[in-house]
Design a protein around this ligand. Structure first.
Ligand code: UGA
Length: 436
C-alpha cells in the first residue's frame, strides 16, 4: 500500500519504519527541513535502539522517502497523522493546533478515497472536529479513522511491530477495512483487534496512560507509607504483584514517571474532563500527579538530611533521560531533581550515556561530564536517577575510591543493596528499610 505519515517525531519516524517493515511504501512528511534532510541521509535525530538500522534497511529497499511538501506523485491510500500535542497553559490542556494544521494541508491534496488516520494522542472529541473541518476544506466528506499507538520509548519499533492489541476507531467500513489491510501481517499472527467508535479510540490512549501513571503513583504512595512505618515498598510490590488481578508490572517505586506522555496525558485528561463537565470523574489524577512530584521533592529532602546545607556540596546525578535507552529528557524526574539541587546551591554534576549531547546548551547550571570515573571524583553524594545498564553494572568498591563520601540514593531501586553496603557505601533506597 502507499502510505503517508505526517510528523517525523518519535511516533512518526517509528510508525514510518514499522510500515516499511511490513512491506508498505511510505512517504514521511515534516515541515522541519533539517529533520527531513537527516532522515534522507539515513540518520535519526533522537536515540532509539534499532531505528537507524531499520531506516537504512527501508532505504536500501527503496520503501521510504522523506519530504517537506505534502504533495505526493500518487495519492496515498492512507495518511497517518502523528504530530505532537504538547501541553499548553497552566490548566494542562493539550495543544491540538498541529493536528488541525496538518489536517488543513492534507485536505487540500487528498482524494475522497484516501483514508486519514489519527495516531496522535488527543482530547476526546478532537477527531469529530477534525473530520468536520477537513471535509469543509476538501469539499467532500473526508474519511477519517483513529488508531492509537502504544509504543514505549526504548522499545518503540519492537512495540509497534508486536503490539498487545490494535485499536481501530472508525465511522465507515471502508476506512476500517483499509486499516486492517495495513496491519494484516500483524493481525494474521493472532494479535487482538479491538474495533470501536472514534471517541472510544481517542479515549483508549489517555485511559491506558492514566492507568499506568496511577499504578506507578500507587506504589509510590505505598513507598511514602513504607518510609514512615519501617516497611519495604519493594517487598510489598512483590507480594501484591503475585496477585494476577494486580500484576507485577509498572509497580517499581522510585522517583516516579516522566517523559513526553504520561505526565502530559494525565493533565490533558483532567483538563478535558473539566471542559466536558465531569472534572470530578478523573480528579484523582491530580493526586497521581502530586504523588509523582512529591517523590522528586523527597530526594532533595533526603540530600539535605544527609548533607545539611546543600550550598557548594558536590552531588552527582547518574542519568538524565526520563528512562533508559532514550535521550528524551521531557519532564525527566532525574533532570528535575538535578535542577532542584542546583537551585538549592549544590554543585551538581550530571552524567548520562547518551542524553548529554541532546541537552545542547540548556541548563548551564549543571556540570556535564561524559566520563563516569571523572564524574564520580570527589562527590559528596551520588544519586541514581535513570536505571541505565551501565549504572547497574558499577563495581561499588572501585567506584567508592573515587568519591569523597560513599553515600548513594538509589532513585530507581535497581542497585544490589548487599554488595554496595559491603563495599562501605551508605545506600538509601526509596521506600525501603534497608539503610545502613
Ligand atoms: C508510555 C506508555 O507506556 C506507552 O504505552 C505509550 O504508548 C507512550 O507512553 C505514549 O503515550 O506514547 P513511555 O513514555 O515511553 O511510554 O515510557 P514508560 O515505559 O511508560 O515509562 C514512563 C515513566 O514511568 C518512566 O519515567 C519510567 O521510569 C516510569 N516508571 C515505569 C516507573 O517509575 N515505575 C514503573 O514501574 C514503570
Amino acid at each position: 500500500m502507499s502510505i503517508g505519515v505526517i510528523g517525523m517525531g518519535y511516533l512518526g519516524v517509528t510508525h514510518t519504519l514499522a510500515m516499511a517493515k511490513l512491506g508498505h511504501e511510505v512517504v514521511g512528511f515534516d515541515l522541519d527541513s533539517e529533520k527531513v534532510d537527516h532522515l534522507n541521509a539515513g540518520r535519526v535525530s533522537f536515540h532509539e535502539p534499532g531505528l537507524e538500522e531499520a531506516l537504512r534497511e527501508a532505504q536500501s529497499k527503496e520503501l521510504v522517502q522523506f519530504q517537506t511538501s505534502f504533495e505526493m506523485t500518487e495519492p496515498a491510500d492512507i495518511v497517518f497523522i502523528c504530530v505532537g500535542t504538547p501541553q499548553t497553559g497552566s490548566d494542562g490542556s493539550a495543544d491540538t493546533s498541529f493536528v488541525f494544521s496538518a489536517g488543513d494541508s492534507l485536505a487540500r491534496v487528498i482524494s475522497p478515497d484516501t483514508v486519514v488516520v489519527g495516531k496522535s494522542t488527543v482530547p476526546v472529541g478532537t477527531a469529530a472536529a477534525l473530520k468536520h473541518r477537513m471535509s469543509e476544506v476538501a469539499g467532500f466528506p473526508v474519511r477519517l479513522a483513529w488508531n492509537p499507538e502504544f509504543l514505549r520509548e526504548g522499545t518503540a519499533l519492537e512495540d509497534s511491530l508486536n503490539p498487545d492489541r490494535i485499536v481501530i476507531g472508525s465511522w465507515d467500513d471502508f476506512s476500517a477495512q483499509k486499516l486492517k489491510e495495513v496491519y494484516k501481517p500483524i493481525l494474521d499472527r493472532g494479535t487482538p483487534l479491538v474495533e470501536v467508535d472514534v471517541p472510544t479510540a481517542e479515549l483508549v490512549k489517555v485511559a491506558a496512560n492514566s492507568f499506568l501513571a496511577t499504578k506507578v503513583s500507587f506504589i509510590n504512595a505505598m513507598a511514602e507509607m513504607a518510609e514512615v512505618s519501617g516497611a519495604d515498598a519493594v517487598e510489598l510490590a512483590r507480594a501484591i504483584g503475585y496477585d494476577d488481578r494486580i500484576g507485577n508490572k509498572f509497580l517499581r517505586n522510585g522517583i516516579g514517571f516522566g517523559g513526553g506522555c504520561l505526565p502530559k496525558d494525565i493533565r490533558g485528561f483532567v483538563a478535558r474532563a473539566g471542559e466536558l463537565g465531569v472534572g470530578e470523574a478523573v480528579s484523582f489524577l491530580k493526586d497521581v500527579d502530586a504523588i509523582n512530584q512529591r517523590r522528586r521533592a523527597r530526594v532533595v529532602t533526603l540530600a539535605e538530611q544527609e548533607l545539611g546545607e546543600l550550598k557548594n556540596k558536590e552531588i552527582l546525578m547518574l542519568g538524565l533521560s526520563f528512562k533508559p535507552d532514550s535521550d528524551d529528557m521531557r519532564d525527566s524526574p532525574a533532570l528535575d531533581i538535578a535542577m532542584r539541587l542546583a537551585q538549592a546551591g549544590a554543585k551538581v554534576t550530571v552524567h548520562d550515556p547518551v542524553a548529554l549531547s541532546a541537552m545542547g546548551d540548556k541548563h548551564p547550571e549543571l556540570i556535564r561530564e561524559q566520563d563516569l570515573s571523572a564524574a564520580a571524583k570527589d562527590q559528596d553524594l551520588v544519586i541514581l536517577g535513570t536505571e541505565w545498564a551501565e549504572y547497574k553494572a558499577i563495581e561499588p568498591k572501585a567506584f567508592g575510591e573515587l568519591v569523597a563520601n560513599k553515600l548513594i540514593i538509589d532513585g530507581r531501586n535497581v542497585l544490589d543493596v548487599t554488595s554496595w553496603q559491603a563495599a562501605g557505601w551508605r545506600l538509601i533506597a526509596l521506600g525501603r528499610n534497608v539503610h545502613n
